[in-house]
Write a protein that binds this ligand. Structure first.
Ligand code: TXA
Ligand code: MG
Length: 348
């Protein structure tokens, strides 16, 4: 497959014009696709919340092409953030910092902090540089659902509601950025991603892992998130075939995401072998879950992944997807409508 990594000038001009007009533009990053709006236009940012069906008080990340305009968004860049930026930007790192006075509440969720990321995807860079400002963007999926790692996922998710989607091919990393809060004395990881705790600590030794109570609000840290529609459970490798056999006795279909091939054939089973490399497993995770979600299975069984920090982001997303088991899928249009009316929809 040809990797499309740069947009034409016409595409970029059109996207920039859309952003200036207060419209939404979906664009690729190295992690997942983002649903972007001019971060300085509150009405435009509100359109993101309406489209996603996301509660209005959840903050969004501001994307910049480089740290050169950081001072427009951040009151005071903490020393640790400076060091981490130097090492990991552009790249899959988001940092939460004290907000500058003029950053709009709709971007920060009314908090005194703002999350900033400088993505490395060439097309994201092209767009940000041509636009010349900050682009507020969450992942381009309905609230609580799987993040998109291909342009076609954004189309599947939003159809005509999002007119402009820049197609940059498959996302290289496939899992959302590592989020580090830099507002306390010691920086803290709020969401694990492909940049690991040891990589962060190699630059700033005091970085703490894990989230604890009282942390700033991160929707991705609610349980029931990043979820397929089909109920998902995590199963040990040892019992996988046994559980498949049980689940298919009455000829119901079952879907499996494993790190190895099946030991027994079963015609009611769709099995994906995602392999044993954490980076490739993570890159393909959402695509694989989407495939299994569409397979007509009653449930998705996921083989338990290894411990250790290389697998931390994958484990995090899988455990959130698993806890969505009892969630009744809500019509996205209704969810969007309710969110638009400012209701807390209580739906991931
Ligand atoms: O890789 C990524 O980070 C992708 C791409 C598009 O950049 N974006 C993404 O955005 O995953 P989103 O909105 O799906 O997740 C961003 C997370 C949310 O959980 C949000 O609550 C958190 O960042 N966040 C944003 N601003 C924050 C703040 N000021 N304090 C704490 N958390 C914040
Ligand atoms: Mg998201």
């Amino acid at each position: 497959m040809v990797r499309v990594v740069r947009a034409t000038q016409v595409e970029i001009d059109t996207a920039v014009q859309a952003l200036r007009d207060g419209e939404l533009v979906a664009f690729p990053t190295e992690t997942v696709y983002g649903l972007g709006a001019n971060a300085q236009n509150p009405a435009a940012v509100r359109k993101i919340f309406a489209a996603k069906g996301r509660p209005a008080d959840h903050p969004v990340i501001v994307h910049l092409d480089s740290p050169r305009f950081l001072h427009r968004w951040v009151r005071e860049v903490p020393e640790a953030a400076n060091k981490l930026a130097e090492r990991f930007w552009p790249g899959p790192l988001t940092m939460v910092m004290p907000r500058a006075a003029n950053v709009h509440d709709v971007v920060t969720g009314g908090q005194d902090t703002v999350a900033i990321r400088v993505p490395s995807h060439p097309m994201a860079q092209q767009l940000l540089t041509a636009f010349g400002g900050g682009i507020a963007a969450p992942s381009a999926n309905r609230y609580g659902r799987l993040s998109p790692t291909r342009a076609e996922h954004v189309r599947d998710e939003f159809g005509d509601e999002v007119r402009f989607v820049l197609d940059g091919g498959d996302c290289k990393l496939g899992l959302e950025s590592t989020i580090v809060s830099c507002v306390e004395d010691a920086p803290r990881v709020l969401r694990p991603g492909s940049i690991t705790l040891s990589q962060l600590r190699a630059v700033v030794p005091t970085v703490r892992g894990g989230a604890d109570a009282g942390s700033p609000r991160v929707p991705g840290s609610d349980v029931k998130h990043y979820a397929p529609r089909t109920p998902l459970s995590i199963v040990t490798s040892k019992t996988l075939e046994e559980v498949v056999a049980q689940s298919t006795v009455d000829h119901e279909r079952v879907a499996v995401l494993a790190m190895r091939p099946p030991r027994l054939a079963n015609k009611f089973m769709t099995w994906i072998n995602a392999g044993r490399r954490a980076d490739l497993y993570g890159r393909d995770l959402y695509v694989n879950l989407r495939t299994l979600d569409k397979s007509g299975a009653r449930e998705i069984l996921v083989e338990e992944v290894p411990g250790g920090e290389l697998w931390e982001a994958v484990r995090d997303r899988l455990s959130r997807a698993a806890s969505a088991e009892n969630v009744v899928a809500m019509d996205p249009d209704i969810a969007a409508l309710r969110a638009d009316m400012g209701e807390d929809i209580g739906y991931p």
